[in-house]
Design a protein around this ligand. Structure first.
Ligand code: NDP
Length: 386
């Protein structure tokens, strides 16, 4: 029987990879709903091609254009935040949550609250609302399958294990495009240099996060919520080849790792086929040709985002939400050429230092903290530019 799949963020890098796999196996999958922010032409083309029943554009000014582009098809058009959440919670065997940033939180939460199986790429949702989302998942008996390659690797390695038998998890980090750059070169890094990731082809925001290593910081927090381990039992090691996607150490000293080519279609396929497996066109590993795998300790002097994320995780409460919101604003301003590369970590640090919000008790609290932090971060940026 075929599996019905909803793709939130269908026009993005993860959405495109998921569609690539789904369209290679027309008997295995049907597409239920697809969503995008503003890329209306691409969304309508995907909806027509996949025969989706619903297409939702976040920007409601684009609803007339979407409706027009879907005319004559069996696909309904909708727009706006409420429609996104309705698409997320609608009937589907699997919901792929691949919207970028905190914008993906409400739709991802709607899918979780509806008890869906959620393939989660949108790490910002778990970072900003980890407690609320994992509690909602257990209340609604929803399953969260991590798509992030590191967390997917850990998920695979701990399958069947008892939590008390795990001594630590080790997240691997490629080190990003500035792994070997001097502190001076990093200070003057441009957006074009920052998005040129050595191993992975990804959206702009996560590419900058990889360059600052905030991506690994967000993943540290994501791992805490997904696997229930405290900060001191989650380590980070730099592994430039991105072949070992992460490791788990057990109390007897055994270490299990998941390896594969750096191709997001592998973890996405894992989530699509779960609990089975499916074939992918991803390159196979040739270990003899690879010859070596390198590992090194991360450098939180050149990459202060690592230290900031760990302290936000340890502080708990509103801190991870503040960290994420300030980072989103700073990355956006960096990509627009308004601030320099080191300003990203500085804005995040200042935002964390100035916040005294209580721990969020609801998604509305999370959104309020997110909005207040965005305003404060924008003010900090304006101050530093004037
Ligand atoms: P992209 O920027 O390539 O795509 C983002 C998607 O989200 C697009 O479909 C975009 O629509 C949509 N979107 C953006 N803003 C909004 C909004 N405000 N409301 C509704 N939809 C919105 O991102 P990626 O695919 O790279 O990343 C998606 C998520 O997956 C991120 O959280 C990232 O951290 C995570 N991830 C990505 C990996 C990768 O390899 N790319 C690896 C691991 C995790 P539109 O096209 O219309 O703008």
């Amino acid at each position: 029987m075929s599996k019905s799949v909803t793709i939130l963020g269908a026009t993005g890098s993860i959405g495109t990879s998921a569609l690539d796999l789904i369209e290679r196996d027309p008997g295995g999958f049907t597409v239920s709903a697809v969503t995008a922010a503003g890329n209306v032409a691409a969304l309508a083309a995907i909806a027509r091609r996949t025969k989706a029943r619903l297409a939702v554009i976040a920007d409601d000014r684009l609803l007339p254009e979407l409706t027009e582009r879907l005319a004559g098809s069996d696909c309904s058009a909708a727009a706006g935040d409420q429609a996104l959440s309705e698409a997320a919670s609608g009937e589907a065997d699997l919901v792929i949550a691949a919207i970028v940033g905190c914008a993906g939180l409400k739709p991802a939460m709607a899918a979780v609250e509806a008890g869906r199986t959620v393939a989660l790429a949108n790490k910002e949702a778990l970072v900003t609302a980890g407690v609320l989302m994992t509690e909602a998942a257990s209340r609604a008996s929803a399953t969260i399958l991590p798509i992030d390659s590191e967390h997917n690797a850990i998920f695979q390695c701990i399958s069947g294990a008892r939590l008390e038998d795990i001594s630590r998890i080790i997240l691997t980090a490629s080190g990003g495009p500035f792994r070997t750059a001097s502190a001076a070169a990093i200070r003057s890094a441009t957006p074009r240099q920052a998005v040129a990731h050595p191993n992975w082809s990804m959206g702009a925001k996560i590419s900058v996060d990889s360059a600052t290593m905030m991506n690994k910081g967000l993943e540290l927090i994501e791992a805490h919520y997904l696997f229930g381990l405290p900060s001191e039992r989650i380590d980070i090691v730099v592994h430039p080849q991105s072949v070992v996607h992460s490791l788990v150490e057990f109390i007897d000293g055994s270490v299990l790792a998941q390896l594969g080519a750096p191709d997001m279609r592998i973890p996405i396929a894992f989530a699509l086929a779960w609990p089975k497996r499916m074939a992918t066109p991803a390159e196979r590993l040739d270990l003899a040709a690879l010859a070596r795998l390198d590992f090194e300790a991360p450098d939180s002097e050149r990459f202060p985002a690592l230290r900031l994320a760990r302290s936000a995780l340890e502080a708990g409460g509103a801190a991870p939400t503040v960290l994420n919101a300030a980072n989103e604003v700073a990355v956006e301003r960096f990509l627009a050429g308004a601030i320099g590369f080191p300003d990203i970590a500085r804005i995040v640090e200042d935002s964390l230092g100035r916040d005294n919000s209580p721990a969020p008790q609801s998604i509305d609290d999370v959104i309020a903290i997110d909005q207040a932090t965005r305003q404060r971060a924008a003010g900090l940026i304006e101050e530093s530019c004037s």
